[in-house]
Design a protein around this ligand. Structure first.
Ligand SMILES: Nc1ncnc2c1ncn2[C@@H]1O[C@H](COP(=O)(O)OP(=O)(O)OP(=O)(O)O)[C@@H](O)[C@H]1O
Ligand SMILES: [Mg+2]
Length: 234
């Protein structure tokens, strides 16, 4: 469904991604792991068209999408839940969710989508009239994921959903991501929590210095000596 081919990306003179290749099949969940500054967020930004690639191609359903504006990429069914959640603190939970349904198609299904998202995240339903800024970190992450789901995506991209959350809350967040996955939505998950990410994903890629240095089924990566030493601290 998603195919990233030989992707180069840069900020000004600084090359950040070099020849990155990656794919996500229908309903598949794929993890991208790597240290700080490896280029994980940049990869998601390039897929969302928030950053124009310097080279290579990004295809969705076999069509090039790397020259489309971000809203057209979103309209094809690619939702991006950014690093740091970025909920709007002064708006209510429900208003934040509605922002995720800003495109015409999702807007028409807004009521139905809200019920669906509240079904997955009952905690958000209880707090629908509460200001988003007053939610806990874990609840804000659920809200950010819920907002992404309001687009009714076929591919949900999550940038470090576990960042800054307590271990128990991380556990709940990953359970919720697993529920989303059961809805048949493909997931591209960027994480520094390697154990969790590979525990959830079917396959994974290791990004180092802007290059894919390892890829394979999650179980193989978890058993890989390099991954064990460099990312699992074993
Ligand atoms: N807007 C920007 N302008 C210039 N350089 C940037 C910009 N955003 C990121 N970079 C640089 O690009 C490199 C990759 O950053 P990126 O945010 O993609 O890494 P990351 O793997 O997501 O890291 P982290 O795990 O810390 O989120 C870093 O060296 C970073 O300093
Ligand atoms: Mg990042």
């Amino acid at each position: 469904m998603l195919e990233v081919k030989d992707l180069d990306a840069a900020y000004g003179e600084v090359m950040v991604l070099r020849g990155v290749g990656l794919s996500v099949g229908r309903g598949e969940s794929v993890a991208v792991i790597g240290a700080n500054g490896a280029g994980k967020s940049t990869l998601l930004r390039a897929i969302s068209s928030l950053l124009r690639p310097r080279g290579g191609a990004i295809l969705f359903d076999s069509n090039r999408v790397d020259h489309l504006p971000p809203y057209e990429v979103a309209a094809l069914g690619i939702a991006h839940v950014p690093e740091g959640r970025r909920v709007l603190p002064d708006m209510t939970v429900e208003e934040n969710l509605e922002l995720g349904a800003y495109l015409p198609g999702p807007k028409a299904r807004r009521r139905e989508s809200l019920a669906w998202v509240y079904g997955i995240f009952p905690r958000l339903a209880e707090r629908r009239r509460q200001r988003a800024g007053t939610l806990s970190g874990g609840e804000q992450q659920m809200l950010a994921i819920g907002r992404g789901l309001m687009l009714r995506p076929r591919l949900l991209m999550l940038d470090e959903p576990s960042l800054g959350l307590a271990p128990l809350v991380v556990e709940v967040t990953f359970q919720k991501i697993a529920e989303v996955r059961k809805e048949g939505i493909a997931i591209l998950l960027v994480e520094q929590n390697v154990q969790r990410a590979l525990g959830l994903a079917d396959r994974g890629y290791v990004l180092d210095g802007g290059r894919v240095v390892l890829e394979g089924p999650s179980q193989d990566l978890l058993e890989n000596p390099h991954v064990k030493v460099a990312y699992l601290g074993l």
